[in-house]
Design a protein around this ligand. Sequence first.
Ligand code: AN7
Length: 358
Amino acid sequence: MSKHGRMDRWPGIIESYREFLPVDEKTPVVTLLEGGTPLIPAPRLAEMIGGNIDLFLKFEGENPTGSFKDRGMTLAISKAKEEGARAVICASTGNTSASTAAYSTRCGLKAYVLIPEGKIALGKMSQALIHQATILQVKGNFDEALSLVKQVAEKYPVTVVNSINPYRLEGQKTAAFEVCDVLGSAPDYHFMPVGNAGNITAHWMGYNEYYKCGKIASLPKMIGLQAAGSAPIVHGRVIKEPHTIATAIRIGNPASWKPALEAAAESKGEINLVTDEEITEAYRMIAKYEGVFCEPASAAGVAGVIKLNKRGHFKKGEVAVCTLTGHGLKDPDFSIGISEKPETIPGGLDSLIQALGF
Ligand code: AN7
């Protein structure tokens, strides 16, 4: 309890995990109190999947801008500010642009975001707009936009805040710390979607740091899931025209390709793929059985659990954590598009009673 008699508030990831992060007293901490997200038990979902596993959902949709990107952004923006940057730039499938826009406007940095034209979800666009980022729609995909961003930053005074910025991964590794802090140990498996492959790389860093300093006695198997139409790591080649309904992970040439493969190999996990149909099915099940609403890409991890369970992969009682990377409200067009339209009633009590079937 604080001196005001209220519960102490969560101070954001930099203050919570300062000793594990590259910050000192000179770093101006730019925070929206990100992190501290819930690890939600999902027993009904586990039962419906037919698995004997102990399943948990790490719901990153509860971050300030609705995705895990805020963990990396608080650090990337704080360090940009410390180093005297005036402007930041990113390419984005949507969530990075929302987070960049929010954190940079909070500390008076100019933000430029490049997005693939027509391919980002409505909620993400609304966030970048309201936070006054300069948005440029590129006629091309995310990979082309990221390539442009890198070229501009080589010549002009602007800091890249995509996950090629090492501070992004440093911040994102704190999600692995939180999982261990809550469970009291590492899980047996950690499932998550893979796009640019930064998050799985960051989690593996986090687990290893906790292991090395003795906070956990084992390491999880890291299982990354790409969408079938955007699965360069699984196929071992760049996908020139990636496609998937999970627009967040519509990426054909991931920046952290190699470290993601290493994370999977070192942990005895894997990078696998799931189809759009499998992602959609998992997305519906998470919402229906657990009351948790994530965005389509976020359901890829659970789709991976379903796929591996069908192969008989799990032993009874094993603990699996799935990161749900972003909030369902990011992409309302998708949830409405796959749902039945509500019935309209003429009004009046009789029509209501009839519609309710009483
Ligand atoms: C909801 O916002 O790349 O494998 O530009 O928004 O670390 O790239 C988003 C990625 C998973 C994949 N789930 O994470 C961007 C962007 C959601 C995401 C990923 C993203 P990485």
